[in-house]
Design a protein around this ligand. Structure first.
Ligand code: NAD
Length: 482
């Protein structure tokens, strides 16, 4: 199937506009070739988009009931499902991920719009018992214009979770997707107009982070920023938002541990121990990038994980194998830099996957690698590599396992594998992470499950019903009636 690529335009006030600064190339990570262009949005375009969003709040969008907003989101969910094949191909080509993973991302995108479409009219306030002669009630109201800065690793999913919740509450939105991968976001923009979202409810400005992204973060006309990306860029966004005292949600990086006790059901665990790090070639904020294994089971677990690693195949997104390429040349160099450093420090590569025959030359491929006996303080066990590298470390007892698991500056997700019921809960309670999985990893990624970090992984929660509160202001009304 040949698919029509979204034109290099900006979606502002319900219309597709050219960017005065022209366009920027989009590279296919599977072969390193330019395959399309996107509009080069800059500060002036951001300003026009913020104004269009503000106008939407004063127009038909701002007057819609919660039920009407919900119905529009449900229509958008249906439109995404109807166009799922096109969206998945765009996402796979743009990010380099295997097609089957892109298909799963589009299923999740539709589900986010469905979940938030059905939640829009269920965001209730309360009444509060108070002094004699008063009636007090609360209302959840939209914040106003919300900004959404999206990374390149899961453009469709991350758009779905933050846009869906913001629109359900009644905010008008300005989206700045990542310059490396944003075609699925543009396609959703097209679908949003087709299903009848009023002009200005959804604005999309593509462009470079340091131009369009920085201008959006610093714009005085926005009322909230939802940022998903690296901790370093997150700090810049926080600083820009602080100048105007704007609230932010920070969904940042991770160095998530998979802790395996000797009594764990290894057959059940194995697909997760490997899958949690190779998904999207390790470029997942919640990647299980550390394997922390009880000493008495260490050799047995490592043998089996190594066996699976050595059978992994890497190829282009349309070859649809275990892993695709990483997103770009810099990311490839970054991951290979970590592997070089590990080698120089004498760490042992226990197993590597292999390139599939006929993989296009010029793509940004990195072989999935299992590294053994990594000291907990080594950079490979501390820093977010954002590639298919699993760092394994043995532990002696439960106390040491917890210290290692919690011993990084991150706290996004964590998993523990053990058959001991008391230990399951004790350990889960001791882990410092926003999501904890017992005898699984990721819990199927459910959109219903609140997600977000502690420590350097960020703050605020997206996904689940709780995300609606993050995009809403709670107003208290106290009526004195005697
Ligand atoms: P990034 O921080 O480089 O970019 C994220 C977005 O910010 C992009 O749209 C980019 O254009 C924009 N940006 C860049 N500079 C900017 C600036 N000065 N001001 C405003 N915006 C700017 O991140 P990335 O490399 O695209 O994504 C990888 C990172 O994202 C990893 O650290 C990963 O863990 C994290 N991530 C977190 C989650 C989560 O939910 N916690 C999900 C996915 C990715």
């Amino acid at each position: 199937m040949t698919i029509a690529l979204p034109p290099p335009k900006l979606l502002i006030g319900g219309r597709w506009l050219d960017a005065p600064a022209g366009s920027i190339p989009v590279i296919n990570p599977s072969d390193g070739e330019e395959f399309t262009r996107i509009a080069n949005g800059r500060a002036n375009d951001i300003d026009t988009a913020v104004r269009a969003a503000r106008a939407a709040l004063d127009g038909p969008w701002g007057r819609m009931t919660a039920l009407e907003r919900g119905r529009l989101l449900l229509k958008l969910s249906r439109a995404v499902q109807d166009d799922a094949e096109v969206l998945a191909k765009l996402e796979a080509m743009d990010t380099g991920k295997p097609l089957k993973q892109a298909k799963a991302d589009i299923v999740a995108l539709a589900r986010y719009f469905e979940f938030y479409g059905s939640s829009a009219d269920k965001l209730h306030g309360h009444t509060i018992p108070y002094l004699d002669g008063y009636s007090v009630m609360t209302f959840w109201e939209p914040l106003g214009v919300t900004a959404h800065i999206i990374p390149w690793n899961y453009p469709a999913q991350i758009l779905g979770r933050s846009l869906g919740a913001a629109l359900a509450v009644g905010n008008a939105t300005v989206i700045k997707p990542a310059e490396d991968a944003c075609l699925s976001v543009l396609k959703v923009g097209e679908l949003s107009l087709e299903v009848g979202f009023p002009p200005g409810a959804i604005n999309i400005v593509t462009g470079y982070g340091e131009d369009a992204g920085a201008a959006l973060a610093a714009h005085p006309g926005i009322d909230h920023i939802s940022f998903t990306g690296s901790p370093e860029t997150g700090a810049l966004v926080q600083a820009a938002a602080a100048k105007h005292n704007k609230p932010v949600t920070m969904e940042l990086g991770g160095k998530s541990p998979q802790v395996v006790f000797a009594d764990a059901d290894l057959d059940a665990a194995l697909p997760f121990l490997v899958g949690a790090i190779i998904q999207n070639a390790g470029q997942t904020c919640s990647a299980g990038s550390r394997l922390v294994v009880e000493r008495s089971a260490y050799d047995r677990v490592m043998d089996q994980v190594a066996d699976r690693f050595s059978r992994l195949q890497v190829g282009s997104s349309d070859m649809d194998l275990d892993l695709g390429p990483v997103i770009n040349k810099q990311q490839k160099q970054r991951v290979e830099g970590y592997l070089d450093r590990a080698r120089k420090d004498g760490l042992k590569s226990c197993a590597q996957g292999r390139m599939a025959p006929n993989t296009p030359p010029g793509g940004y491929y990195v072989l999935p690698t299992l590294v053994g006996d990594v000291p907990p303080q080594h950079v490979l066990a501390q820093e977010e590599v954002f590639g298919p590298v699993l760092a394994a470390t043995p532990f002696r007892d439960e106390a040491e396992a917890l210290a290692i698991a919690n011993g990084t500056e991150y706290g996004l997700v964590a998993s523990v594998w053990t058959a001991d019921g008391a230990r399951q809960l004790r350990f889960a309670r001791g882990l410092k992470a926003g999501q904890v999985f017992v005898n699984n990893y990721g819990a199927g990624g459910g959109v219903e499950l609140p997600f977000g970090g502690v420590k350097r992984s960020g703050f605020g929660r997206e996904k689940g019903f709780e995300a609606l509160h993050g995009f809403a202001a709670l107003k208290t009304v106290a009526v004195k009636h005697g």
